[in-house]
Design a protein around this ligand. Sequence first.
Ligand code: CAA
Length: 380
Amino acid sequence: MNFEIGGTQALVQGVARDYAVRCVAPRAAELDASGAFPHEPLRGLADLGLMAINVPSDYGGAAAGTVAFALAVEEIARACASTAVLMSVTNMVGETIARYGTESQKRRYLPQLARGDAGVGSFALSEPSAGSDPAALRTTAAPRSGGWVLDGRKQWITGGAHAFAILVWARTAPKESGTRGISCFLVDGRADGLHVGRPEDKMGIRASHTVPIVLDGCRIGEEALLGELDGGFKIAMTALDGGRIGIGAQAVGIAGAALDESVAYARVREAFGVPIGEHQAIRFKLADMRVALDASRFLVLRAAEAKQAGKPFSRDAAIAKLFASESAVSICNDAVQIHGGYGYVREFAAERHLRDARVTTIYEGTSEIQRTVIARSALG
Ligand code: CAA
């Protein structure tokens, strides 16, 4: 077993860290306050090859692997959780196209996603009444004159207003219910009949622009089908397995920032005549935060390593996402407590980290869904 990060992985981590510190972190508080979309940070990430980290170089990707992806997402999330989720989802969309796309889909979408000049990638599976249970989705794709017509509503779509490529799941076999009869389509973000709603007014990750999308007679060509007809559910599950490593890494990044800031604060803030870091109550909290953070990081990297090695990793990704996201909420909550009153005001980042961390236990599969996946792997 090797716990060393070296070679390409260390390089990607270093590049991401440097960019995060210089260009992403200084904007994070302002982006959170204004809710403005992080166009510039994302362009910078694309220039560094971080929007298609695990996409083959033939299609403009960095081909650096899943471990490098996880390390890079962690670094960006440490600086700005909104920017990190846009990066993570775009990478997930790119990987899904690389895995299931035809040659012409790959040539058309991947180089532009990697360059970041046309927009981000979005993942449109959830609907107003189908989140944890995507098999209940109602959007339809009806065959029409050599193509498809999409009708339905999608919900919670990260970056949807700024998407170049959107993966849309729709029912292609209306008589089939449940997981069968669902297909995946690769839809241009500017397609006619695709209407993007207003960004949700969210508790955290306020700059990631989570939007509803209405598909109203949205006509797409027959070449928009991604993967096999009626085989979309498995594509969604496979993509989410990988995406959960990204969200686990995002949680580690947010929690890492909260811990670092707590340590710095505990050194300088005095109470009862000594820095608060001298009090056992604070020391034990910091120790527990460190343990949870390190365990989270190892679990995320274990899942990333398994995926990179081509081994089954669905359970490991669920374990990593569950533990890292729940730990991040707890670590960020403790960070607010350590900061006292200052943890509760916007002058310090602690409250932003807590708000940002909270969603990691919800999206790309709630903690309850991760437990379901883990329990099924044990019990069937
Ligand atoms: N990989 C490949 N195939 C898989 C799979 C996986 N991880 N999980 C299930 N499948 C296959 C099964 O083998 C089965 O295949 P067969 O029909 O050939 O037997 C088929 O898919 C159906 O599987 P299940 O019967 O297990 O399906 P289910 O309806 O019971 O659901 C679930 C399983 C794990 C609960 C799933 O519904 C799930 O993951 N739910 C959560 C969805 C989710 O994460 N949504 C987040 C949306 S994206 C987002 O958050 C927004 C964003 O932009 C960040």
